[in-house]
Design a protein around this ligand. Structure first.
Ligand SMILES: O=c1nc[nH]c2c1ncn2[C@H]1C[C@H](O)[C@@H](COP(=O)(O)OP(=O)(O)OP(=O)(O)O)O1
Ligand SMILES: [Mg+2]
Length: 480
């Protein structure tokens, strides 16, 4: 797969760059976007509701960058907002606390883990809770280190001041027997040499960022949204709500880059909650103009535009290799949903003639051979039916519709519709497409090609399937 949508990283400031640095290492082909909310840091002392509101503003900024995955590279924001953001965003969201807790549990020998973090993270008990969920016998000692973030953000993290602050702050932990210390704020790994020095060799430091990026990597594969093109040279973009010059200085140093130009952005007017983009377009994975017209007639009457594969000429064809309508519709919907990163509706349909043992069925489009040629297909149908008497020419048109979301291959929505009728020996009517001129509907006294699009939709296999879809798709669309 070649998915070049970026991965988004958000933090209150430059701390998230410790996670970003790890991502550069582990995910060398991914485009990435970073946002630091430096104008409003530190997040640590703020009330949780405010951290949630600020986080949504960062998330909304990121969603406008068309990201395929979000990393909350901030422990305070993870503690306050991960659950709600994860529940509402249509893309995968990763926080830092669970991966950090997992790493600490793996390392600790004596089951006594220390955590240093911001006041917000400590107050929420985020690490203690997550660690105890996994192993209730472990004891966790948490300590707030509110002075660390300002030291890092002012680019003093290698200075004597930093040494003094770290030594003073960590003093209470020196009297414990912790053998593992989680750096529970993404700013802290910048202070790692000093923290290591103060805590001594018996304490192993945990940088949750490293484990977080491993989880990101796993999820990219799981959702099949990684960019696996080894020749691809990715770009990194950096945004800050504060001053780009300070960001650039620390960023270049920490990431070891020669060039780094962060762009200043304002996000405080963005919404503090998430509103899914209103659905105004449905993509139907079809090359068939006749089908497209019928979908458009239904959806456009509800104010929804219909796009088809003709609007995306760069997309490759897929082979309809299934042996049922549903299999083929799934192949079309799933493949194009993933390629477009959008929900996609596919239609697989066909004509089943009783006197021909249900043929042409799933082979309706290719009845007379490869390619789409309605005239050749109809000629073959007439030839095959030969002298079969009019009364025995019963047939059924069938449609299976599959609606697929890009990130949830197991949640495809499937509906069907059937229309019984008769195959006539002489074509009638100029509307419709495919086998329509030969498909006679006794109740209407017309072939499908003698009906307007609306008349056909009112009774047809496709029209019925769309009606079944109409009852369920909005709820399905909004589900995770
Ligand atoms: O209402 C219909 N009225 C007349 N003919 C119809 C109808 N519905 C399906 N049919 C015929 C057309 C095609 O020969 C085959 C569907 O094949 P099927 O693969 O689903 O569609 P397709 O290849 O034309 O377009 P695509 O796969 O890009 O959606 O059955
Ligand atoms: Mg087809």
């Amino acid at each position: 797969m070649m998915n070049t949508q970026p991965i988004g990283f958000i933090d209150s400031g430059v701390g998230g760059l410790t996670v970003f640095k790890e991502a550069l290492k582990q995910l060398p082909h991914e485009n990435m976007v970073f946002l630091g909310d430096q104008a409003r840091l530190p997040y640590g002392p703020r009330p949780a509701e405010q951290v949630v509101a600020f986080t949504w503003q960062m998330v909304n900024f990121m969603m406008a960058q068309n990201i395929k995955m979000l990393v909350i590279a901030c422990n305070t924001a993870t503690a306050a907002a991960l659950d709600v953001v994860k529940a509402q965003l249509p893309i995968p969201v990763v926080g830092v606390i669970l991966p950090g807790s997992r790493a600490a549990l793996k390392v600790s020998q004596n089951n006594h883990i220390g955590v240093i973090a911001t006041e917000g993270t400590v107050k929420a008990g985020a690490y203690a809770k997550t660690i105890h969920d996994k192993n209730a016998t472990v004891s966790v000692t948490s300590l707030a280190a509110p002075k660390f973030v300002p030291v890092v953000e002012s680019n003093e993290y290698q200075s004597p001041i930093a040494k003094r602050i770290v030594t003073e702050t960590l003093a209470p932990l020196k009297h414990t027997d912790i053998d593992t210390l989680v750096m529970g704020c993404t700013h802290y790994p910048l202070l790692r040499p000093i923290i290591e020095n103060v805590m001594g060799p018996k304490v192993t430091l945990i940088d949750p960022g490293i484990e977080t990026v491993s989880e990101v990597s796993t999820l990219l594969d799981y959702f099949d949204i990684a960019n696996n093109d080894a020749d691809f040279t990715p770009t990194q973009r950096f945004f800050t709500t504060g001053s780009p010059s300070m960001f650039d200085t620390i960023g270049k140093q920490w990431l070891g880059l020669n060039q780094l130009h962060a762009q200043h952005v304002e996000i405080d007017q963005l919404p503090t909650n998430y509103e899914a983009a209103p659905l105004d377009t449905i993509v139907v994975a079809t090359q068939n103009a006749g089908k497209a017209r019928e979908f458009a007639a239904v959806f456009e009457s509800e104010g929804i535009k219909v796009k088809t594969l003709r609007d995306f000429p760069e997309l490759p064809d897929v082979a309809e290799t299934g042996s049922t309508f549903e299999e083929n519709a799934r192949i079309k919907a799933d493949t194009y949903a993933r390629a477009l990163e959008l929900p996609v509706l596919a239609d697989d349909s066909g004509l089943m003639v009783d006197a021909l043992g249900g043929k042409p069925g799933v082979f309706s489009a290719r009845y007379a051979g490869a390619g789409h040629n309605d005239a050749a297909n109809n000629a073959k149908l007439m030839a095959e039916l030969g002298e079969v008497p009019a009364d025995d020419r019963t047939a059924t048109f069938h449609t299976t519709l599959v609606f697929a979301k890009p990130n949830q291959p197991d949640q495809d929505l499937v509906v069907e519709g059937d229309l019984p009728g008769m195959i006539v020996g002489v074509p009638r009517g100029n509307d419709g497409f495919g086998y329509d001129p030969y498909f006679y509907v006794p109740e209407q006294g017309k072939t499908l090609a003698e009906m307007t699009t609306d008349e056909k939709n009112a009774i047809s296999h496709r029209g019925q399937a769309i009606k079944a879809l109409a009852k369920v798709w909005r709820a399905w669309y909004q589900e995770d």
